[in-house]
Design a binder for this molecule. Structure first.
Ligand code: EPU
Length: 440
């Protein structure tokens, strides 16, 4: 279970430098897609390393609305002997026939649930999913998903706020095609990949997203019998197959690079020496380069990543870009570090128009940040001041908690539920490193 309770707040006070080892957990932006991929084959699927976060629970409800059932493996579960699953793993049972409608009440809680569209069209030749609205990042259209799926033969209409998709023909089946993405959208690539694996013939996706989570999805699909080459590159080739089967063994989701980055920022801000267990430095090259420039030394160890920070932080300029660039999800963390660094840093957001909303909250804590369009100019101050602030989204909420580690007095971060969506036991993990953080 996640620790989410409506009205939750984080209470944060500054303390000693951080010390100890912290475990990262599976990547939210991978596991949500792996769960959707289970729709593609009838039978029992097992996923390991699934974080206990609220978004996983909502995705499980989305899948339940489509006829699947999800449960965690418990001690003494027969699944342990059958598939080598471990307690805590997620077991997903997929029926022979899927329901095809996602209710609005679920979809509005989880934008990522749009990734059921590709699997539904591939497996059931029809889908009805709510058209996503805007959110705190600004407008988040899905035109690239729909355009790509149309090239595979799906037809769409918008009816009463839902996107109704269907595939014609006897038998109704998507047909492989060449898709050039105007922009390497992460979830559009996921959706197209999951649609293409059961399409007739070959699909080529050009300018595909290169995120490690897309490669993880491709690895999972390949274990299910899909034929994919180029995973992790911008040129994906998929030879469609007639049918997929559940992967023969439990698939372990890759570690969450944004959670790892969050602990790197924590040690950058509070100082100290920590080991981030399971972190994969090769998934975070650009960020690590920026961290080094800011004064956080990192080294690869057998357990993961060791991070040390002793002196003042230094300012750098950062521009967010699609992977392997500096991810937009890291930006609130970097802006928070820059707000107490020596000098001036310029941060440019190139992905989401509205992703500077948390800046007002940092200003309430005494940060000196000016914004102009998609740029922020951050002038480091000596010290932040504790204040009541509001978490606007998952990553910005985590960044505000970290700001509290270096703010005079107490910081209260309300709407903690946003953070619980993507972080497993965030306060507990920070406390295990010596930080003074509680959820009330
Ligand atoms: N875009 C379009 N049309 C589309 C799709 C995207 O114009 O059809 C635009 C978006 O509006 C945005 C840009 O393309 O300006 C990037 O969007 P992308 O589709 O790559 O983002 P996403 O797939 O919706 C995922 C993650 C985000 C992460 C971004 C960028 C999931 C569930 N979400 O979103 O993660 O910020 O990629 O890497 O995978 C988070 O974890 O908190 C989070 C928001």
């Amino acid at each position: 279970m996640s620790e989410a309770v409506p009205g939750d707040r984080f209470l944060v006070s500054p303390g000693a430098p951080l010390e100890g080892t912290v475990h990262v957990g599976g990547a939210k932006n991978s596991v949500l897609k792996l769960m959707a991929a289970c729709m593609l084959a009838e039978g029992r699927h097992v996923i390991s390393g699934v974080p206990h976060i609220a978004d996983v629970e909502i995705m499980a409800e989305v899948l339940a609305s489509l006829g699947l059932s999800c449960r965690r493996v418990h001690d003494g579960d027969p699944e342990v002997a059958r598939s080598g699953a471990e307690p805590g793993d997620l077991v997903i049972d997929t029926p022979g026939r899927l329901s095809t409608h996602t209710p609005y009440e679920l979809a509005e809680r989880l934008r990522a649930s749009v990734v059921v569209l590709g699997p539904l069209l591939a497996r059931a030749a029809e889908a009805s999913v709510p058209l996503p609205g805007g959110d705190d990042f600004g407008s988040r259209p899905i035109d690239l998903h729909l355009h790509g799926l149309s090239l595979l033969g799906a037809e769409f209409a918008t009816v009463h706020g839902n996107i109704e998709g269907h595939v014609s023909g006897h038998p109704a089946r998507l047909v492989g095609s060449r898709i050039v993405l105007e922009y390497p959208s992460h979830t559009a690539t996921d959706n197209l990949l999951m649609a293409a694996v059961l399409a007739k013939g070959t699909t080529v996706i050009e300018n595909a997203a290169r995120e490690p989570e897309v490669a993880d999805l491709a690895a999972f699909l390949s274990q299910m019998g899909a034929r994919i080459t180029g995973a992790g590159t911008s040129h994906l080739v998929v030879e469609g197959v007639e049918e997929l089967q559940p992967a023969p063994r439990a698939h372990r989701v890759i570690p969450d690079r944004v959670v790892a980055a969050t602990f790197l920022s924590a040690v950058g801000l509070a100082g100290g020496e920590i080991v981030i267990e399971d972190a994969r430095p090769e998934h975070m090259d650009m960020l690590l380069r920026k961290m080094t420039a800011m004064g956080v030394e990192t080294s690869h160890t057998p357990e993961g990543l060791r991070a040390v920070s002793n002196g003042p932080l230094h300012s750098v300029d950062v521009a967010t870009l699609p992977y392997p660039g500096v991810a937009t999800d890291y930006k609130p963390l970097v802006v928070t570090m820059l707000s107490v660094a020596d000098g001036v840093g310029i941060v440019s957001e190139n992905l989401f128009s509205g992703r500077f909303r948390y800046v007002d909250e940092l200003r309430r804590m005494g940060a000196d940040i000016g914004t102009e369009g998609h740029h922020a100019v951050v002038r480091g101050v000596q010290r932040l001041q504790g204040a009541p602030v509001r978490a606007p989204d998952i990553r910005a909420g985590a960044a505000l908690v970290l700001a509290g580690l270096v703010a005079e007095g107490e910081t209260v971060v309300s709407e903690a539920g946003h953070v619980h969506r993507g972080y497993e036991n965030f306060a507990g993990k920070l406390r295990s490193l010596g930080a003074d953080v509680r959820v009330v």
